[in-house]
Structures are given as structure tokens and as C-alpha cells.
Design a binder for this molecule. Structure first.
Ligand SMILES: C[S@@+](CC[C@H](N)C(=O)[O-])C[C@H]1O[C@@H](n2cnc3c(N)ncnc32)[C@H](O)[C@@H]1O
Length: 310
């Protein structure tokens, strides 16, 4: 009887160990990779970067710190207003607002209330000048803060629009940032991200070049150039309604052609475009516009497939 018990227990132990080994071996395949890998600079490092360099950005870019732009940058801001559907009466969060160039422009055109967050105290200080220089219809309030903490700073369901204008890619927690934006949007509110996204590898050789240039951008600018597929996955996980994904629509003759950015690279000594010949584009500029459903998706299922449900 004792032998019988010992043999049974030994067998059970053996089977259990085998089972565990099997599960451990299977784990990588069964465990989904995180949608967006946490990497990139911490907000404090990004803040220190802008505290050090904002005067250089101002010299080259002026008060709108965006690489994809028009020769007359107001044309681009007009385009942004229409593309992000900014209207009178809205409460807007400009997440990563720089020195308030875009926010003060929007508020000079519209009766809106804009909250701006930048992680750089130097930019907050400088934004006072930017705001004072304009006659505003609406209001602009800019403060130092980490946009990853927007929920703690503002609370849930506060905004009609949350816009990221070439600021999203500074995030080291991009999936979490999208979740925070979802929480802070009112039902029916829109998240609008305009940024650079890592280009898909067309082939191995160009892929290696793309990765090398993107690494250079990330290092030079404390950036974490977003992966489009991962971002879309994070957005869809939350059941955002997809309104549009597109390359910004500016007229060829209005496009600034990244000339300013090219000048700027001189200051940072990275990836200057010397000639288009053999040049491999490392990134794409996209606008991603999505809406938090204005209805309870668990209850009003008849509205689920609609783009603009009423
Ligand atoms: C390239 S600038 C764009 C500024 C502005 N959107 C514009 O168009 O002029 C990036 C901005 O993102 C801000 N930023 C980066 N990481 C941030 C964070 N974690 N929280 C808040 N702002 C952040 C920086 O402080 C900076 O103002």
C-alpha cells in the first residue's frame, strides 16, 4: 500500500513538472507582446531637454514647434483647426503645448477654453509672452505638467478635444497615454494626434537605414517615434470610433518641405537631408482622429457601427 502511494505521488509530481516545463516553453507564444513597448525618455528628461533648448527652437521654428508645416504657419494652424474640428464653446486640452503658439492662435480665432500642458517650466514661463501678444476671444491656461498624469490633473470626462501636435511621440508610455486621453474626454469628444510615425520597412536594407535614422531622431530629441500599428491597436482596444487617419492635407506650394527642420538638425548635428538621391524616408507624418463613443457601447448596441451616432 505504502509503495503504491509513493509511486502514485512520484508519478503525479513528474507529470506536474513536465506540465510546467511545457507551459513555460509555450509562454512566449501565448503571452501577447505589449501593444506599445515602454521605452524612450522619462518626462523629467524631456522637460530638461526643452528647458535647455527652447530658445534654439524659438529661433528656428518660432512659437509653433512642428516640423510638418506650411511656409506661412498660420495656414497650417487654420488647417489644424478645421481638421481637429475645433469649434466655439469647446474645452480643449493641448497636450504638449510648447510655448503656446498653437493654443493662443486657436483662442484668437475661437471662443474656446484651452488648457495647455508642457513638461518644461521654461516653456510655461515663455508662454506668458506668446499669450499676451494676441488678442484672445477664448482663454488659454498653460501649466507645467506631465500629460501622462492628465487624469489626476484635470479629472475624467473634461474635454471636447484632446490634441497632440508633434508631442505624442515624446511619450514613454504611449498605450497608457491613449487610455488617459480616453478617460479625460467627454463622451463624443475627439482625440487628435498629429505626429511622425516610424515608416514600415519596405525591404531589409532600407529597414536598417530607417531604424538607424529613427534611433538618431529619438536620441537627439528625447523622442520615441510611434509605431502606427501599435497605436491603432491601443486605440481600437478602447473602442474609440475611428474618424480618419491621413497624411496632413496641405497644398504643395504651401508645404514648408521640412527646410526649417533641416536647418535645426545643424544645431543637433543629426540626419540632415543633403540630397534626395538614395534618401530613405524614415517616418511618415499622419493625423489620427478618433472619437470616444457618445453612447454606452454595452447598452446601445444598435449604434455600434456608426461613424457619427446621434
Ligand atoms: C515638438 S514640441 C511641440 C509643441 C507644440 N505642440 C507646438 O506645436 O508648438 C513637443 C512638446 O511636447 C511637450 N511634452 C513632451 N513630453 C511631455 C509630457 N510628458 N507631458 C507634457 N508635455 C510634454 C514638450 O514639453 C513640448 O512642449
Amino acid at each position: 500500500m505504502l509503495w503504491y502511494l509513493i509511486i502514485t505521488l512520484t508519478l503525479a509530481l513528474f507529470i506536474s513538472i513536465l506540465g510546467n516545463i511545457y507551459l513555460i516553453r509555450q509562454a512566449p507564444a501565448d503571452t501577447p507582446a505589449p501593444a506599445v513597448r515602454p521605452s524612450g525618455s522619462k518626462p523629467a528628461e524631456v522637460g530638461a531637454f526643452y528647458d535647455r533648448t527652447t530658445h534654439q527652437f524659438l529661433e528656428v521654428y518660432g512659437e509653433v514647434i512642428q516640423a510638418f508645416r506650411t511656409n506661412n504657419v498660420d495656414d497650417y494652424l487654420d488647417y489644424t483647426m478645421s481638421s481637429a474640428e475645433l469649434h466655439d464653446g469647446q474645452r480643449i486640452l493641448d497636450a504638449g503645448c510648447g510655448v503656446g503658439g498653437p493654443a493662443s492662435y486657436f483662442a484668437s480665432r475661437l471662443y474656446v477654453e484651452i488648457e495647455g500642458l508642457t513638461v518644461s517650466p521654461v516653456q510655461v514661463e515663455r508662454s506668458r509672452q506668446t499669450i499676451a501678444a494676441r488678442e484672445l476671444k477664448g482663454t488659454v491656461h498653460i501649466q507645467t505638467g506631465d500629460y501622462h498624469q492628465m487624469q489626476d490633473i484635470f479629472g475624467p470626462e473634461q474635454f471636447d478635444r484632446i490634441i497632440f501636435l508633434e508631442s505624442f511621440g515624446h511619450s514613454y508610455r504611449q498605450e497608457q497615454l491613449i487610455e488617459s486621453a480616453y478617460a479625460c474626454l467627454k463622451p463624443g469628444g475627439i482625440l487628435y494626434i498629429k505626429d511622425l510615425f516610424r515608416r514600415e520597412h519596405p525591404n531589409t536594407e532600407d529597414g536598417a537605414k530607417i531604424d538607424a535614422i529613427v534611433d538618431g531622431i529619438n536620441k537627439a530629441y528625447n523622442y520615441n517615434v510611434a509605431d502606427f500599428t501599435s497605436i491603432m491597436k491601443a486605440i481600437r482596444k478602447l473602442n474609440f470610433i475611428l474618424l480618419s487617419v491621413k497624411t496632413p492635407e496641405v497644398k504643395t506650394e504651401q508645404f514648408e518641405h521640412l527646410t526649417i527642420s533641416n536647418d535645426f538638425q545643424n544645431l543637433f548635428d543629426i540626419g540632415k537631408i543633403v540630397t534626395w538621391e538614395n534618401y530613405v524616408f524614415p517616418i511618415d507624418f499622419y493625423e489620427v482622429k478618433v472619437m470616444k463613443p457618445p453612447f454606452d457601447i454595452n447598452k446601445e448596441k444598435h449604434l455600434y457601427f456608426l461613424n457619427r451616432p446621434q
